[in-house]
Design a protein. Structure first.
Length: 391
């Protein structure tokens, strides 16, 4: 189903009533979620508990013109579940430590959950939420947004159709520089919670962006590592969590991988890059140039496949909005995830499964992400020894 067809279906079935937890004043990612949810016209944001501070929560809701504002998410879950026009799904965009309790409150109230990554601060919590979502029959999506880009979808289909042959090498990196200095000591909100173990969890850089790299590699290849060997470094004096991550990966099919994530690499803004090599060819994709995919069939010149052209396959085309030459990027990729979730939610309204081509990260991906974080932290604590990655 194309994005345009999905938009038409969404309008016919009525917009999904969406709530939000977190994302109030001074929050970056809340605005991104709100924009992404509206791009394809599937959702209407009607309720929110937008801050852990009740006064700020109500003020933030008023600024957005929300129909219903709540001082806390527990009250919101209870009261929305009791309304005939209550929210159908909630977007949780808080710091990591609030993901699990908020998700639990809404699942227990019978409300579908869309949660930012990493899904929790511990693997045990992620597994518990997965079981709860299954027992309540609720959708639980996790916004690993880079899996929404058209050329990522193109690459995924190429791998599944065997164009690369047997995958041998997986190279993925996500490199930034914004934490090169002790930004958290200045009171900067985004830096402060991301470097605080009580709010971020046991992983710093490995959880914040390392999980994005890990999920992207798994999404495209269909492979999950069985073992890893990790070194987590903290270069900025006084910082409580890692700011640089280097991980070797072993896959069941014999493939080998390398993952590098850093937030202390000057000159890098948002350098997410994936390279895959099989016995028939290789692929390369960069998030900062998302509309092109480089394909290198063995023994032939490298080809550039562009989004929006006839060279893009059907999986890329169905999540493409604009003609070639008009760049689609971060917000559109995020919107694709929301639109795919919307199609599943519209199907759930009718007690049906979503169309077979609808793909979005779920709580299962959230569990995989937490398994990766905990294995990496464990390996590093043991002197960078090889450890098993929980299935």
């Amino acid at each position: 189903m194309s994005i345009e067809a999905g938009k038409a279906e969404g309008k016919a079935g009525g917009r999904i009533r969406l709530g939000m937890v977190g994302g109030g004043e001074g929050a970056f990612i809340g605005a991104v979620h709100r924009i992404a949810a509206r791009i394809d016209d599937h959702y209407e944001l009607v309720a929110g508990a937008l801050s852990s501070t009740p006064e700020k929560s109500l003020r933030s809701a008023a600024a957005l013109g929300l129909a219903r504002a709540y001082a806390d998410y527990r009250t919101m879950a209870r009261e929305e579940a009791a309304r005939p026009d209550g929210i159908e799904a909630v977007a949780i965009v808080t710091p990591n430590d609030q993901h699990a309790p908020a998700a639990q409150a809404f699942l227990e109230a019978g409300i579908h959950v869309i949660c930012d990554k990493p899904v929790t601060t511990t693997l045990a919590d992620a597994q518990r939420l997965k079981a709860l979502a299954q027992s309540r029959g609720r959708l639980f999506a996790v916004t690993y947004n880079y899996s929404g880009y058209p050329m990522v979808r193109h690459a995924r289909r190429m791998v599944r159709e065997g164009a690369l042959g047997n995958i041998r090498l997986v190279q993925v990196e996500y490199v930034q520089d914004w934490l090169t200095e002790s930004l958290e000591s200045t009171g900067q909100k985004q830096a402060a919670w991301r470097t605080d173990p009580k709010r971020s969890g046991a992983g710093g850089c490995v959880g914040d962006i390392g999980t994005h790299a890990y999920q992207l590699a798994g999404f495209v290849t269909g492979l999950q590592p069985t073992q890893l060997c990790a070194e987590l470094s903290t270069f900025v004096p006084g910082r409580a969590l890692d700011d640089n991550v280097q991980v070797m990966l072993r896959y069941a099919n014999g493939a080998r991988g390398l993952l590098w994530a850093s937030q202390v690499a000057p000159g890098n803004e948002n350098g997410l890059r994936l390279r895959l090599y099989g016995d028939k060819g290789g692929l390369e994709w960069r998030q900062e140039h998302p509309n092109q995919l480089h394909w290198s069939p063995f023994g032939q010149p490298t080809q550039t496949i562009a989004r929006g052209t006839g060279a893009a396959n059907g999986d890329a085309a169905r999540v493409t909005r604009l003609p070639s030459g008009h760049p689609e990027g971060y917000l559109e990729g995020f919107a694709t995830i929301y639109s795919e979730i919307a199609q599943a939610l519209h199907a759930a309204r009718e007690g049906q499964a979503p169309p077979a081509d609808v793909v979005f990260p779920t709580i299962a991906d959230g569990v995989h992400g937490m398994a990766f974080i905990e294995a990496a932290v464990h390996s590093a604590a043991e002197g960078a020894r090889w450890v098993e990655v929980p299935a």
